[in-house]
Design a protein around this ligand. Structure first.
Ligand SMILES: Cc1ncc(COP(=O)(O)O)c(C=O)c1O
Length: 470
């Protein structure tokens, strides 16, 4: 009997067997079935896989195979929801930006915004998680502002490194930077208000603003920071009192504001009685030179709401960030945060505190920066050699990606789609613009793929750009 007919025979036997059993009944193991029917384990596994795809068997990895509950025979009719929901909320995309999308294993991942496991603080995180799991606080609700030890560490980090007037009472722990953005926008503005953002900027911030019902007004992102006169004009023209920016290693361009721009923007904020949400997402990701002091350190009076996330430098699974704010602004943001999710998982907070307090954390950061610098240089060289039509807008001194301009008239979305077909994932620039893009761009990340793939990646991009454009 050939292999396929053995698979069919075993599948038929098991199918008949399960039809008489209630859902949830455990089936004999692969070894038992292969012994009982005189066939090899691979044949049994293929028969089981066929029955799984028919919906008769459910496999629970590491536990076994079980009789599945019958599928609903009636097709769902959810058409009533269209009228009940009405039109979608403007500006909130249906799915997260391309950086979070999954791609097949054999695709080179230059699209992703999160570092590969090899660059994460893996063993430190594993040890801290296992210690956290044993802590009695891990199974209790956490304070809504965050666990005190973690808030102290975040405050001490700012005060120690940058001489900032920030205390633990000013710190609110959130589930990553994205949750902090939503809480800040909801806490500082009302639906219909305006938020000013550099253009291009992080797609998650654009989505968070839309989710909070805000209108985004762009101002040009410049290599040294926004033009303070332009910021002044925009705030006046749109009666805005909220600005969002990433002054250090701006994602996607990699720019860092000059000291002059930092102090000029603080002046504008004071003159206008406005807030700045300072998204300091890349504080740990300086590749060359010094990390500039955050704006919050030059602002004792609560104009700056500072967000510092650990997800990129520690591990994406440790979804923990700190939000620093002062005065009623902190109370409003806190209220909006707890209304969304009550408190952040104490297990993750304890683990984050454990990693931050470990002496090896600083060594991890040194290694991470060194590795990222090597990867940045490798990708810059690969793009220059194999994809000369992709013009590097700058060689960033921090962050995780390059921002390249494509020849005028190129459609970045089409280029990204063609690259994907050829085995390379990149992020098309359009999603990074809160209004019309000022040209065709791609973001190429150097942290989520091994550097020995960079030449091949740039080769694919080069060939796509050399080919006929639509
Ligand atoms: C600029 C910027 N801000 C915030 C975030 C959100 O980070 P988190 O993973 O902490 O939610 C990201 C993630 O890509 C980012 O690039």
């Amino acid at each position: 009997m050939n292999d396929d007919s053995s698979v069919h025979r075993i599948a038929a036997v098991v199918r008949k067997h399960v039809s008489d059993l209630p859902p949830g009944t455990r089936l004999p193991s692969t070894r038992e079935l292969s012994r009982a029917h005189g066939v090899g384990p691979v044949t049994v596994q293929r028969a089981v896989a066929a029955l799984v795809s028919e919906g008769r068997i459910e496999t629970r990895p590491g536990v076994g195979n079980f009789v599945a509950a019958p599928r609903l025979s009636r097709r769902r009719d959810v058409s009533w929801q269209a009228a009940a929901l009405g039109p979608p909320r403007p500006g909130v995309p249906e799915q997260a930006g391309s950086g979070l999308r999954g791609v097949p294993d054999d695709t080179i991942a230059l699209h992703s915004g999160y570092p590969l496991p090899a660059l994460q603080a893996g063993s430190l995180v594993a040890a801290a998680l296992s210690r956290a799991a044993k802590d009695p606080a891990a199974s209790r609700p956490a304070p809504s502002m965050g666990i005190p030890s973690l808030r102290h560490i975040f405050a001490a980090e700012l005060a120690g490194r940058d001489g900032c007037d920030v205390g633990a009472d000013d710190v609110l722990v959130t589930s990553g930077g994205q949750a902090a953005l939503v809480a800040a926008f909801r806490g500082l503005a009302r639906p219909g208000d305006t938020v000013v953002m550099e253009s291009p900027t992080f797609w998650g911030a654009i989505a968070a603003a839309a989710e909070a019902g805000l209108t985004v007004v762009p101002i040009a992102a410049r290599p040294d920071g926004p033009d303070p006169d332009e910021l002044e004009r925009v705030l006046t023209l749109h009666r805005a009192r909220l600005v969002y920016a990433q002054p250090t290693w701006h994602n996607p361009t990699g720019a860092a504001w000059s000291p002059a721009a930092r102090s000029a923007v603080l002046d504008v904020l004071r003159d206008h009685g406005a807030f700045l949400v300072e998204d300091d997402w890349a504080r740990d990701l300086t590749l060359e030179g010094r990390t500039p002091a955050p704006l919050v350190c030059g602002d004792p009076d609560g104009h700056v709401v500072h967000i510092r996330s650990l997800t990129k430098s520690m591990a994406p699974g440790i979804r923990v960030a700190a939000l620093v704010a002062r005065g009623p602004a902190l109370q409003r943001i806190r209220a909006s945060r707890w209304a969304a999710d009550l408190y952040v998982s104490p297990v993750l907070q304890l683990a984050a505190a454990g990693v931050l307090a470990a002496p090896a954390w600083q060594r991890h950061l040194v290694r991470l920066r060194r590795e990222l610098l090597g990867r940045r240089d490798a990708l810059v060289a690969a793009v220059r050699e194999h994809a000369p039509l992709a013009e590097l807008t700058a060689v960033p001194r921090g962050g995780l990606s390059l921002w390249v301009r494509l020849p005028d008239g190129t459609d970045a979305g089409t280029v990204a789609a063609r690259c994907l077909q050829a085995g390379l994932a990149v992020s098309a620039g359009d999603e990074w613009f809160p209004a019309e893009p000022d040209g065709p761009f791609l973001r190429l990340g150097f942290a989520a793929a091994p550097p020995d793939q960079f030449d091949r990646a740039a080769g694919i991009l080069g060939r796509v750009l050399d080919g006929p454009q639509p």
